[in-house]
Design a protein around this ligand. Sequence first.
Ligand SMILES: Cc1cc2nc3c(=O)[nH]c(=O)nc-3n(C[C@H](O)[C@H](O)[C@H](O)COP(=O)(O)O)c2cc1C
Length: 185
Amino acid sequence: MELIEAIYGRRATRAFTAEPVDKSVLEFLVEAAIQAPSAVNEQPWDFTVIRSKPLLDRISSAAKAHVLKANQDNAPPPHLREHLENPDFHIFYHAPALIVISARSGDWAVEDASLAAENLMLAAYARGLGSCWIGFAQRWLETEEGREAIGVPQDFVPVAPIIVGHPSEPMPPVPRNRARLRWLD
Ligand SMILES: Cc1cc2nc3c(=O)[nH]c(=O)nc-3n(C[C@H](O)[C@H](O)[C@H](O)COP(=O)(O)O)c2cc1C
């Protein structure tokens, strides 16, 4: 697949079939992720691949509760609160796999993990898979309980929880706003 086709065609995927994703394909995605650039070539990445349904369910429930009890400043907006309060809403949309990209704590942890995340999502698309970064999971994964649940090492920070699976329906295009662009010639 042409890179440009993947860049324009990838969509946040929120509906999956029950078909599992092969281990070899998940390994391929991790290999694609680590081809990303990183500050000072630190390659500070750490990957957790979760395929256990009970664990995915547990993280979904805990993360929803965590976001809902956030204080006033970082409380979710009403339309998201409505989703989170719905007991049937699964933050991972029943995807068969979740890959959490963590990075060694440091000045560039978020940048490095995010670059790896985009590589991973583009590679997933190139393999006919759907993916979506699930920000809802982040705040809970950062807690001691969350880190322990997925085995993030002490000096690492979980940054990018990304679900992966076989899409059950095509995702509609998401229009982009015009780029804010300044030319300083
Ligand atoms: C940092 C980040 C957090 C996100 N968190 C969620 C999330 O918790 N749940 C969700 O359904 N989508 C989430 N998304 C997906 C975005 O909603 C999606 O990328 C956006 O609507 C644009 O759609 P597209 O990816 O198909 O272009 C997240 C995306 C990013 C980059």
